[in-house]
Design a protein. Structure first.
Ligand SMILES: *Cc1c(COP(=O)(O)O)cnc(C)c1O
Length: 365
């Protein structure tokens, strides 16, 4: 049997007529940028996240970068980011000219450890960027408390966690702003690149929209040196068609995760931990194993595709060599990079496929 790491097949089959209908609606209207589809999706997604505003942008990286820029974070500022995340979180910081300051995660949840944040705060710190990694919410109460105490902005990176909750409240409304990616493989994915920033501040929303539209607040009036990052009509229409099904998608992923959690019993494997405060949406189901690369080969030989998130921590990436870090500086992130293995996870996985993965892991000696 072959089990892919991810496939869009089952969901696309279910939504076939809705997605084709979305395409035809936009095509027949022949209006492709800044229109009614974008407006409708922004409204629906803001409602889903319980925020007052949502601004559609070109991708997830821009959703974070534009939020930081709109908050005035830039040259000479420091931003706290987890040492274990996708590179885009740090790139958003360096794009605006600020310096990323890495804070280690909790090895059990993979998310930024709130107990380690305060030690990283300096006079230059402007913001904290909690990343709800792998689809599980960060411990937001202590993070917000530290931010309040030190007067820091909070920009949530929600790229992997559409619909995840913290103490019953959906993520994306805790901080000053939150960035979402709708990259096709994300829990809510477009049919191309897309992103959005949510916020409760009208001023911030207006500024982010202007920044992503050549810095223009009114046609041919440019009040900022902006860039071009807009959510196009076609992607907005696809996203609006898929949003009403997001809860079902997340529920299905949770059911798969529950089967993994109760079925995998290989003592070599450490399963992901879900704290009481979190209901995850399992963008990634990451296990840990000391002999990760052998386990990976064992599963791949059985026809099971896997992935690693992420094989090289950010402080050891070539693009950040100028930050002067070396091996050993962030041992928890490094441990995760050497031991984490991501299992197949997608909407519509069959019981047979799930059991095949479980049996594959349990047969690893
Ligand atoms: C995917 C991702 C991003 C970036 O999103 P893009 O749409 O690919 O630009 C940012 N942060 C995290 C944690 C991600 O997983």
């Amino acid at each position: 049997m072959k089990v892919p790491f991810v496939t869009f097949g089952p969901l696309q089959q279910e939504l076939d007529s809705e997605l084709r209908g979305a395409f035809e609606r936009v095509y027949d209207r022949s209006w492709y940028i800044e229109g009614v589809e974008d407006e409708a999706f922004e409204k629906a997604f803001a409602k889903y996240c319980h925020t007052d505003y949502c601004v559609g942008v070109g991708n997830g990286l821009d959703s974070l970068m534009l939020a930081l820029k709109a908050l005035g974070v830039g040259e000479g500022d420091e931003v706290i980011v987890p040492s274990n995340t996708y590179i885009a979180t740090a790139l958003a910081v360096t794009y605006v000219g600020a310096k990323p300051v890495f804070v280690e995660p909790d090895i059990n949840t993979f998310n930024i450890d709130p107990n380690r944040i305060e030690a990283a705060v300096t006079e230059k710190t402007k913001a904290i960027m909690p990343v709800h990694l792998y689809g599980q919410a960060c411990d937001m109460d202590p993070i917000m408390e530290i931010a309040r105490k030190h007067g820091l902005y909070v920009v949530e990176d929600c790229a992997q966690a559409h619909g995840a909750t913290y103490k019953g409240r959906v993520i994306g409304s805790f901080g000053d702003a939150a960035g979402f990616s709708f990259y096709p493989g994300k829990n809510l994915g477009a049919l191309g690149d897309a992103g959005a920033t949510t916020t409760n501040s009208k001023e911030l929303a207006d500024k982010i929209r202007a920044l992503g539209n050549y810095g223009s607040d009114y046609k041919y009036h440019h009040i900022y040196q902006g860039n071009n990052s807009r959510l196009d009509e076609l992607q907005a229409a696809f996203l609006a068609a898929k949003l009403p099904h997001l809860e079902k998608v997340n529920e299905n992923r949770r059911a798969t995760a529950d089967k993994y959690l109760s079925g995998i019993n290989n003592p070599e494997v450490i399963l992901p931990v879900v704290p009481d405060y979190a209901v995850p949406v399992w963008h990634i189901f990451g296990i840990r194993c000391k002999r990760r690369d052998e386990l990976e080969k064992h599963l791949n030989d059985l026809g099971i595709s896997t992935n690693k998130h992420y094989p090289i921590p950010m402080h050891l990436q070539g693009c950040y060599s100028d930050l002067g870090y070396s091996e050993g500086d962030f041992p928890i992130a490094e441990e995760i990079s050497k031991t984490e293995l991501s299992l197949p996870m997608y909407y519509g996985m069959t019981d047979e496929e799930i059991q095949y993965v479980i049996d594959g892991i349990n047969s690893f000696k």
